[in-house]
Design a protein around this ligand. Structure first.
Ligand code: FAD
Length: 448
């Protein structure tokens, strides 16, 4: 049975989240984006402490409501909602910057929770997972290297030395690396093994000697000077050098050589959650476009009455609806199957690819429709636009996902064993003629 409605009790939770986002979290985002009083004076340390306390009070409300870490199963203290319900919540939170933090489901901590839950030892779960779940600790995931995004080229290595591992190499775009309590580092442990067995993951406390933050790299739109402030709290995508970083043998996360395979748990979950949040971003952009179309006049007419504007709105609506349904379908498949099967990986790759395109197209059209206002920094569209390209890069680029998707699709087909394809009409017609000649003959024989 396919149903597009949720139970009334869960609808109440969705409505509660919607209200909290609209009344508290979106205004918090807006306030934090300037960080000043009405008179233009910047918030001082006490002011920021007040905001931090306020954030904590919102987190407490979320915990009281049983919605903290809503992506987690009951074994990890979450409500175990399943992916479809997660979609409905994530698309609301996707509109906000602080929403995931307030609900305890912020990247990269969420993916790292999954990693430790699936691969960690009991001690690792106690030391790292529990404080991560409660929000007391924060983590980062250190895989991409400055010279290579793909694992084939990774150089950062870990070698065993007695009871320790020694890590050497460089990583960058380690989101929230600065200000994190620990890092999950992917390092080559045996370069001679086949690709999927070369690397292992390690949990490294961020304050371990030898962990050097070279710069705290930010994305486009942030002034470059922030990259050089390496103790500015969380945020940014750290460029980290691991210089003879010694960690105990039991810092290995999962089995030796299982790093690349293990990382897929994290990345697959993360990709669908990004797609869910992209639905929220695009919905907001389209809402803004519709309001503007009904409010703004050009050449004596409302924008809403201009046919090319109508065409753009219709395109955005259709793209968004199709994308949302595909995300929900993928979530439904995961709930049904319970693991990342080939069929599911195919759908996840598809929505990861379309997330980038839909984001780009809908935000671009919304900006365009707003004219100069759209190009200004006085609407949420600017920040959305600056983030749009990252959807096609992070957690695997669009091209790589397209290549994987095609490979997964093609596994369901066989090559033709003939010069002409199986659907070559002359061949099919000949077969059909054989079939119907027999039908006609049988009929005539029975009539005779
Ligand atoms: C906002 C953001 C946050 C991130 N957070 C993290 C994080 O927390 N931890 C982490 O480890 N990494 C993180 N990353 C890094 C991200 O995972 C990489 O950027 C991504 O894997 C691509 O690697 P790359 O940047 O080295 O690009 P490259 O691999 O150098 O790719 C460059 C271009 O080549 C194309 N290309 C590559 N391979 C192929 C192919 N086979 N066929 C066709 N074209 C190809 C790509 O599509 C791309 O257009 C983050 C990135 C962003 C933007």
């Amino acid at each position: 049975m396919i149903d597009f409605e949720v139970e009334p009790e869960f609808q109440e939770q969705i409505d509660w989240v919607e209200k909290l986002v609209t009344e508290e979290i979106e205004p918090l985002d807006q306030f934090m984006s300037v960080g000043t009083h009405k008179n233009g004076k910047a918030l001082d340390a006490d002011g920021w402490n007040a905001i931090r306390a306020y954030i904590k009070s919102l987190q407490d409300k979320v915990k009281d409501r049983g919605m903290w870490g809503f992506h987690l199963g009951p074994d990890l203290g979450g409500p175990g909602l399943g992916q479809v319900k997660l979609c409905l919540l994530n698309e609301i939170l996707g509109r906000t910057r602080m929403g995931p933090t307030i609900f305890g489901c912020q990247a990269p901590d969420t993916g790292n929770m999954e990693l430790i839950a699936h691969n960690g030892s009991e001690e690792q779960k106690k030391k790292y997972l529990e404080p991560l779940l409660s929000g007391e600790k924060h983590s980062a995931y250190s895989m991409t290297e400055p010279h290579a995004g793909g694992p084939e080229e990774f150089k950062c290595s870990a070698r065993r030395d007695g009871d320790e591992w020694v890590i050497n190499g460089e990583k960058w775009f380690t989101s929230n690396g600065v200000g994190s309590d620990f890092l999950i580092v992917m390092a080559i442990t045996d370069p001679d093994k086949p690709m999927l067995e070369k690397a292992s993951m390690f949990i490294v406390d961020t304050d371990t000697p030898g962990v050097e933050v070279v710069r705290n790299v930010h994305t486009i739109g942030t002034p470059l000077r922030h990259n050089y402030n390496t103790d500015s709290g969380r945020g940014g995508h750290a460029y980290i050098r691991y210089n003879d970083v010694r960690i105990p043998a039991d810092a290995l996360l999962g089995d030796e050589g299982a790093g690349f395979v293990g990382s897929q748990t994290r990345l697959a979950g993360g990709r669908i959650h990004h797609a869910m949040r992209a639905v929220g971003v695009c919905t907001r952009a389209l809402d803004m476009a519709c309001e503007r179309a009904l409010s703004r006049r050009a050449r004596g007419q409302l924008l809403a009455d201009l046919q090319m504007v109508q065409a753009d709105l219709a395109e955005s609506y259709i793209q968004l609806k199709q994308f949302r349904l595909h995300v929900l379908y993928t979530a439904w498949l995961i709930d049904k199957t319970g693991s990342y099967t080939r069929e599911i990986r195919k759908e996840i790759a598809s929505i990861k690819i379309s997330a980038a395109k839909v984001n780009h197209d809908i935000i671009y059209r919304a900006i365009h429709l707003h004219g100069a206002l759209g190009m200004s920094n006085e609407t949420p569209l600017g920040a959305m636009w600056l983030s749009a390209p990252q959807m096609g890069i992070m957690d695997g680029t669009t091209e790589v996902h397209k290549a994987n998707l095609a490979k997964l699709m093609l596994r369901e087909y066989e090559p033709s064993d003939d010069l002409f394809p199986t659907y070559h009409l002359p061949k099919l017609i000949e077969k059909a003629q054989d079939k119907f000649e027999k039908v006609v003959d049988d009929y005539l024989n029975s009539a005779a």
